[in-house]
Write a protein that binds this ligand. Structure first.
Ligand SMILES: *Cc1c(COP(=O)(O)O)cnc(C)c1O
Length: 373
């Protein structure tokens, strides 16, 4: 059979998303080109100020990626070898990878089966004398239940670093992700809700001292040229990416509405299918659907059926982090985190493109319904 490429439906169509902004993006490129200033400077500062305002935090520090945002945040928090940091095994690799890169130990806690997010009720039992912090990950665009996490942190004197890479714009009790913990991070990887035209990321914090530490670490631990207070690195956000992000930021809300519109239609049209579990939206959270993730015990068959119909889908994440080769010496084994392991076998992300057309949406829904009959 074979579906013609023009009829294919990718998971996310970035060319279509950017088409209406071509003029503005080109203008941003020319402005940066003509400024002759490509590293740090006013273009980056302007974007940082706009993002700080929209998230409701005192400080935003633009950095080179979401991964580097995690790394540089933990450098500012003075994470040391041997420290234990609690997080979820059901997340993108970077969350735990950055902990390990600093010589610290990721301590995993299983997820809540409904939300795919870390189960806050299991966190207190994971705290030891070596624990220094918690990294809750707002997976797929929905916030972790933060109150009990913040309470556990405050009782035990731990910091909280939000991994909000997938959840820019998501809310918890009326406050934005990235403004809930001591620090937060965003990723501007192109497929995130606010994507650059390349790599980028940001650190958020209301703590002035931590913000200064991040600014220092971003630039080789140096606030004044050739004087180094810390051993940092090159974690800077390109001016060009900051210029593109400033063009895209004002559209974030409307894209989010587009994602939520698609999700609402899936929720309605697929709710009667017995073999399919739809995302669980928690009332007090504003889910921004970076991914619309369903669960099925026939996940692989569903993915294949979608693929033969020319419809994109993706598995986030096929192997939980406690079972990764590189974390073997942490001593975890299969069966340790049953909810995460089950999710890795059942989860499938469907297209939740903000500009998905009705006809495309109907084709996806029909394909899924036909298979589930
Ligand atoms: C994307 C992502 C990151 C890393 O961001 P990059 O910009 O790709 O480095 C970290 N954590 C989570 C949960 C992510 O989804």
């Amino acid at each position: 059979m074979g579906v013609e490429s023009k009829d294919k439906i990718p998971l996310l169509d970035l060319a279509r998303l950017h088409a209406p902004l071509e003029g503005e993006l080109l203008e941003a490129f020319l402005e940066t080109l003509r400024s002759g200033n490509f590293i740090q400077g006013p273009i980056v500062e302007e974007f940082e100020a706009k993002l700080a305002k929209s998230v409701g935090v005192q400080n935003v520090i633009g950095v080179s990626s979401g991964t580097d945002a995690l790394l540089v945040s933990m450098m500012a928090l003075e994470v040391e070898p041997g420290d234990e940091i609690i997080t979820t095994p059901y997340t993108f690799f970077a969350t735990a990878g950055c902990i390990a890169r600093l010589g610290a130990r990721p301590v995993f806690v299983d997820i809540d089966d409904n939300t795919f997010n870390i189960d806050p009720s299991l966190v207190p039992a994971a705290v030891t004398e070596k624990t220094v912090g918690i990294i809750p990950v707002h997976l797929f665009g929905q916030c972790v239940d933060m109150d009990p996490i913040l309470e556990t942190a405050s009782i035990n004197g731990l910091w909280v670093l939000e991994d909000a890479a997938q959840a820019i714009g998501a809310e918890y009790d009326g406050k934005y992700s990235g403004s809930l913990g001591d620090m937060g991070i965003f990723s501007f990887f192109p497929a995130k809700n606010l994507g650059a035209l390349g790599d980028g990321g940001a650190v958020t914090t209301n703590d002035k001292r931590l913000a200064e530490k991040v600014r220092s670490h971003r630039q080789h631990g140096s606030q004044n040229k050739y004087k180094h207070e810390d051993v940092g690195g090159n974690f800077r956000l390109d001016s060009l990416q900051a210029a593109f992000l400033s063009v895209k930021l004002p559209h974030l809300r409307s894209w989010e509405d587009g994602r939520r519109r698609v999700a609402t239609i899936y929720n309605e049209e697929l709710k009667d299918l017995e073999n399919l579990q739809l995302p669980h939206e928690v009332q007090k959270l504003h889910h921004v659907y970076n991914q619309y993730v369903v669960r099925s015990n026939k996940r692989d068959a569903l993915a294949r059926a979608l693929d033969s119909a020319g419809i994109g889908s993706a598995v986030y994440y096929p192997l939980p982090l406690h079972l990764q080769e590189c974390f073997k010496e942490l001593g975890y084994s299969a069966g340790d985190f049953p909810m995460s392991e089950r999710a890795s076998k059942e989860a499938l992300a469907l297209p939740v493109d903000p500009l998905l057309e009705d006809q495309q949406l109907q084709k996806i829904i029909q394909t899924i319904r036909n298979l589930s009959k």
